[in-house]
Design a protein around this ligand. Structure first.
Ligand code: UD1
Ligand code: UDP
Length: 372
């Protein structure tokens, strides 16, 4: 059996890493195809090193350009690579442009697609990721969904139940395995200026490409009466500089900006945080895995399980609301405790082994490409 994995961004590298481990442990043929969407060392290579991953077999070097050029270039290159490699299945993870391109190219070549973290829906088609999810799920053959709710989303869209597997989310595998390693190896705490702090991340296009929204969020963090450590995504750095907001943050004594961090450093930073303030998808999942309250800088989420479980709240992007919601958590020990004790809906950290076994079983039964 030969498995190809198409990946392109930081969260995909992290979330497929437990699956790569599983494939290697079982001596199965593996081809890793990096689209090159994330290319800075701190957004890509650092994660291959931190997670001990083999070097990608191919790098398409799509880089940053328009989404149309990026996706079409990746599709064209994938046609060549996939025809040459002829894998039995292509795995994609999540909702990025790499996922969209990987799903379309494989589907056109009639190679079955396994979508890891399938079925998530924000029901907000303004998000580029929502369109990517819908297209990817329509092109996929096997659906590895994290929760019951995500399975129901697919059933409601008419996907055959025989193709849907509730496996949990591989982020739990990655987080559980790497936290003890991070505790031993990461030196990041020596560089943090504060004893108590909130970790902030921000990069969603709808937040950072809209100057009004970005300004609202910046005003709110500048006014927050808590210390903040802010590893800055390159997309956000550019948006802040363009909107003349970067210096305002940099000059605030209670905010420490850092470069984007490697996974071990970031796990260590999160593990020691009072609270995670974010618009990231993966961090909403990691917060509830690490038992840290999460405040999400959005009006919707494709991870409603975290809200239902009580570990995450949506704060929107208006200054007063963000401040009030954070204060309500940090100034009320009962609320804080309840959020820390929210039950993780994303599984037991064995998602990657399940996904591998399902693929192997279907391969051995000749049903990788059948609706059975
Ligand atoms: C992408 C994904 C998003 C995911 C995020 C993870 C899409 C549509 N978006 O968003 O779903 O949550 O990755 O972090 O697929 N840049 C650099 N160096 C890099 C990469 C990007 O400087 O290594 C800058 C470039 O100016 C680029 C901008 O960031 O134009 C945005 O990059 P892009 O990959 O388009 O989107 P992300 O915001 O990273
Ligand atoms: N992350 C990291 N370093 C950072 C910020 C995030 O290692 O400086 C990790 C984080 O732990 C999570 C993943 O990157 O596993 C989330 O990526 P991101 O927020 O960029 O994308 P999203 O999950 O929103 O698609």
């Amino acid at each position: 059996m030969k498995i190809a994995i198409v990946l392109g961004t930081r969260p995909e590298i992290i979330k497929v890493s437990p699956i790569i481990d599983e494939i290697q442990k079982n001596n199965t043929d593996l081809v890793i195809i990096h689209t090159g969407q994330h290319y800075d060392t701190k957004m890509s290579q650092q994660f291959f090193e931190d997670l001990n991953l083999p070097t990608a077999d191919y790098n398409i070097h799509s880089g940053s350009t328009t989404a149309i050029k990026q996706v079409s270039q990746i599709i064209c290159k994938l046609e060549e690579i996939l025809k040459k490699e002829n894998p039995d299945i292509v795995l994609i993870q999540g909702d990025t442009n790499a996922v969209l391109a990987g799903a379309l190219a494989s589907n056109k070549l009639k190679i079955p697609v396994g979508h890891i973290e399938a079925g998530l829906r924000s029901y907000d088609k303004n998000m580029p990721e929502e369109i990517n999810r819908l297209v990817a799920d329509n092109c996929s053959r096997l659906y590895f969904v994290p929760t019951d709710k995500t399975a129901i989303n697919l059933l409601n869209e008419g996907i055959n139940h025989n193709l849907i597997y509730i496996t949990g989310n591989t982020i739990v595998d990655a987080c559980i395995r790497n936290t003890p390693i991070a505790q031993k190896k990461s030196q990041i705490q020596d560089t943090v200026k504060f004893d108590e702090y909130i970790t902030l991340t921000l990069h969603r296009a709808e937040n950072v490409d809209d100057k009004v929204r970005l300004k609202n969020i910046v005003m709110s963090i500048i006014d927050l009466p808590y210390n903040i450590v802010f590893p800055l995504h390159p997309h956000t750095r550019k948006s802040l500089e363009n909107a003349n907001l970067y210096d305002e943050i940099k000059n605030s004594n209670h905010i420490q900006i850092t470069e984007p961090l490697g996974y071990l450093d970031f796990l260590s930073l999160m593990s020691n945080s009072k609270l995670l303030l974010t618009d990231s998808g993966g961090i909403q999942e990691e917060a509830i895995t690490l038992n840290i309250p999460c405040v999400t800088l959005r009006y919707n989420t494709e991870r409603p399980e975290t809200i239902d479980a009580g570990g995450n709240i949506l704060a929107g992007v208006k200054s007063m609301e963000i401040t009030d919601k954070i204060k309500n958590i940090l100034d009320n020990p009962d609320v804080y405790e309840r959020m820390c004790n929210a039950k993780n809906p994303y599984g037991d950290g064995r998602s990657a082994a399940r996904i591998y076994e399902i693929i192997k079983h279907r391969y051995e039964n000749n049903t990788l490409n059948l609706e059975a």
